[in-house]
Write a protein that binds this ligand. Structure first.
Ligand SMILES: [Zn+2]
Length: 72
């Protein structure tokens, strides 16, 4: 059985299955509830920044993800 620790909320995910109950973003593992919340937060953060570009989206996503996981 594979267990993964979510880098955001530090919860242990039992029977971890990538893209089913957890997600890997760069070297960070994030559980499903955190990913959902993060997606909502990032949407809000992106909407405040105009003009929208994919590069901006990616940069904002990574920096927010790193901060949420205490990597900053
Ligand atoms: Zn989590």
């Amino acid at each position: 059985m594979t267990t993964i620790t979510c880098d955001m909320c530090k919860t242990t995910i039992e029977e971890a299955s990538r893209y089913v109950n957890y997600f890997t973003i760069r070297d960070l593992d994030v559980c499903k509830p955190c990913k959902k919340q993060f997606d909502r937060d990032i949407q809000d953060a992106i909407e405040e920044k105009r003009p929208y570009t994919l590069k901006l989206h990616m940069n904002t996503m990574w920096s927010n993800m790193a901060r949420a996981c205490g990597r900053e």
